[in-house]
Ligand binder design. Structure first.
Ligand code: MF3
Ligand code: CO
Length: 257
């Protein structure tokens, strides 16, 4: 199967789903403070989407139990909300959320400091977020997937951090995970050529230490060396006017998160 090209009407639907995702993540971000549990965030998210059209994309996906993924510190992705996991001052939590509205998906994630964090952790967040910005800037017709992956990898490695290999960005549309895969590494000029109408969830996962992953149970991916990890994600369409971030309001410009 080839990479799907979405019509203007389809992109509008994905933008609509993306606005719900953005609103929920933005509200959750403001709730993160010491003492809050990751299950509190899950409950808040459930409350925000109750009674709205569409449904949360993750809950029930291959048996995943929650609407959010909440990955704390050395957890890279797919951390499961828990009432036993109180956030503590100095930690970081990645909140990942997706919606399906009217048959179309949007997916986004942001890593948030809990209270005051060390300058080194802040640098991890800044570098990961900027690697997403740089990747998004490559999402233009005629560029290749390798240009996008390389933008992430080069920025991350030149700042002394490492990119996770086991999880990748992905095409998204009428399914949450579609073709193509988008590794957060690559060589410029390699890979499939980007065309108008392609939509990809771009999602750098960056470890402060070594890149290796270790699984805890069926879902939770954590760093093998215990170092902290960060994750930022947006659903991005390739258009003739350049990248269109579907998971934030059109009028927002500047840094992706
Ligand atoms: N944003 C994640 C992804 O792109 C969310 C998947 S969590 C799952 O893969 F539970 F739905 F698998
Ligand atoms: Co994703």
């Amino acid at each position: 199967m080839a990479i799907q090209l979405r019509s203007a009407a389809e992109l509008e639907k994905m933008y609509h789903a993306g606005q719900v995702v953005h609103e929920v993540l933005n509200k959750l971000r403001a709730e993160v403070k010491p003492g809050v549990t990751t299950m509190d965030l899950e409950r808040i998210a459930e409350g925000l989407i109750a009674g709205r059209p569409g449904k949360a994309a993750f809950k029930g996906y291959r048996g995943y139990p929650c609407v959010l993924c909440t990955s704390v510190n050395s957890e890279i992705v797919h951390g499961i909300p828990s009432s036993k996991r109180k956030l503590r001052e100095g930690e970081v939590v990645s909140i990942d959320f997706g919606m399906e509205v009217d048959g179309y998906y949007a997916d986004s994630a942001v890593t948030v400091p809990v209270g005051k964090i060390t300058p080194e952790l802040q640098k991890l967040l800044d570098v990961t977020r900027e690697s997403l910005d740089r990747a998004i800037d490559k999402m233009r017709p005629g560029n290749r997937l390798g240009d996008v992956g390389h933008a992430v990898q080069s920025w991350v490695e030149q700042n002394g951090f490492s990119v996770v290999r086991e999880f990748v960005g992905h095409g998204i549309g009428t399914k949450m995970h579609d073709e193509p895969n988008l590794p957060n590494y690559g060589e410029p000029g390699r890979g499939a050529r980007l065309q108008e109408g392609m939509v990809i969830a771009v999602e750098p996962m960056v470890n402060a230490g070594r890149p290796e992953v270790q699984m805890r149970g069926e879902w939770v991916a954590e760093t093998a060396d215990g170092s902290p990890s960060a994750h930022f994600e947006h659903t991005v369409a390739v258009t003739s006017n350049g990248p269109w971030i579907l998971t934030r309001p059109k009028e927002m410009t500047g840094p992706s998160w």
